[in-house]
Design a protein around this ligand. Structure first.
Ligand code: BMA
Length: 370
């Protein structure tokens, strides 16, 4: 309860000081889109000095379970769901019933609606296949894919149809009263790396920006007005590198950063440096451009530092104050592939302390920020 009281108290001055009168009345006005209303909420989170905690695929499987209802590794430790949940749309572009990690899209939609109903927020990544030979996102020896999407009419049309499938899903996200649910969409992520077919060695900056603009154009044409667009480079070494492939202020709402930690204790120093460069660049770029900064993906696989949450992650959140941080999934079928805590894990007590810190927001806290 302490956390909730703090969250409410933090909001009181916001209502007076924040200039988003249009968005603050989001519920009263049909002229405000779901995306604009969500943007105002995220701005209120940032102004509160707090950070939403997020987890990928949180309620659909955990470290040692899959498919149950009403479960969550996070909730089973702290009694609340994450403030933000990430979902991956990989597979929707080909009309599959389930995504690349076997999460059924109907179930995903139901969980997005449930997360919205409890006051939490939803975000989407997209590990898409390519529209040329249908191989997965990690097929990156072929460095002509983005170019061919942009220049070959037939491939371009196949690509546009893939995006239309995403648009249909986004348009289908409505709450119990039929209103569209505002969500975050983070396509073409980690493009400063070279492990996806849209990566730094796989296309030029101009091609990357054109890919993003084309995606945005199709989504706009399809009437998708409930998403905020998140840009999320992987590790960079400079602010220039962070912004090199930036698609433009009209096409992006959130400046993200994807930075993972490796090598347990031994890797903490290197992680802090990479976070300083990359999340630091995101925050600086967001401040300059009037955007929202986010720690769009992070984590230490296997959480092999028992005080990871309060001693490594929390200080970073306090220093940079992104609107949210998302840790990746707790795979049920790969025992060491997890980035969140789970009951009984050696970091679970530390995660409770992380939850109890007044900075971190979980679903019940986020519900108070409107
Ligand atoms: C990766 C891994 C993969 C997974 C993919 C999409 O980082 O977790 O196992 O398929 O994300 O969720």
């Amino acid at each position: 309860m302490k956390k909730l009281i703090i969250a409410i108290a933090a909001l009181a001055p916001l209502a007076m000081s924040c200039g988003h009168s249009k968005s603050q009345n989001a519920g009263d006005s049909d002229t405000v889109t779901a995306a604009e209303a969500l943007k105002a909420r995220l701005e209120n989170v940032v102004a509160s000095g707090k950070v939403m905690f997020g987890h990928d695929d949180d309620p659909v499987y955990g470290h040692s379970w899959v498919g149950d209802s009403g479960r969550s590794d996070v909730m089973e430790i702290v009694g609340d769901y994450p403030g933000i949940m990430n979902w991956d749309l990989g597979g929707i572009e080909k009309g599959d019933a389930a995504n690349l990690d076997s999460v059924n899209f109907e179930r995903m939609r139901a969980e997005v609606i449930a997360q919205d109903a409890r006051g939490g927020i939803n975000a989407f990544s997209w590990h898409t296949v390519n529209p040329i030979d249908g191989r997965d996102s990690w097929q990156c020896e072929d460095t002509t894919m983005v170019e061919r999407i942009l220049t070959d009419a037939e491939i371009g049309e196949a690509f546009d149809n893939q995006v239309r499938n995403v648009a249909r899903f986004m348009n289908s996200l409505t709450d119990a009263s039929g209103k569209k649910i505002g969500v975050i969409f983070r396509p073409w992520h980690e493009h400063t790396g070279d492990w996806f077919w849209w990566g730094s060695r796989q296309c030029t900056p101009g091609q990357y920006r054109a890919l993003w603009a084309r995606t945005r154009k199709i989504m706009d044409e399809e009437g998708v007005d409930n998403i905020l667009w998140a840009y999320s480079p992987d590790r960079v070494e400079s602010d220039e590198q962070y912004i090199e492939r930036y698609p433009g202020d009209e096409l992006v709402d959130i400046m993200g950063a994807d930075v993972y930690a490796y090598n347990a204790e031994k890797g903490i120093e290197a992680y802090r440096k990479a976070v300083d460069a990359t999340l630091g660049a995101a925050v600086r770029a967001a401040n300059e451009r009037g955007k929202i900064a986010a720690f769009s993906e992070t984590g230490l696989e296997g959480v092999t530092v028992s005080t990871w949450w309060t001693e490594v992650l929390l200080p970073v959140l306090l220093q940079y104050q992104p609107a949210y941080v998302i840790v990746w999934r707790n795979a049920h079928d790969k025992p060491t592939h997890f980035f969140g805590p789970y009951p009984g894990h050696e970091s679970a007590d530390d995660f409770k302390a992380f939850y109890n810190d007044s900075t971190t927001l979980f679903a019940a806290d986020v519900d108070k920020i409107r």
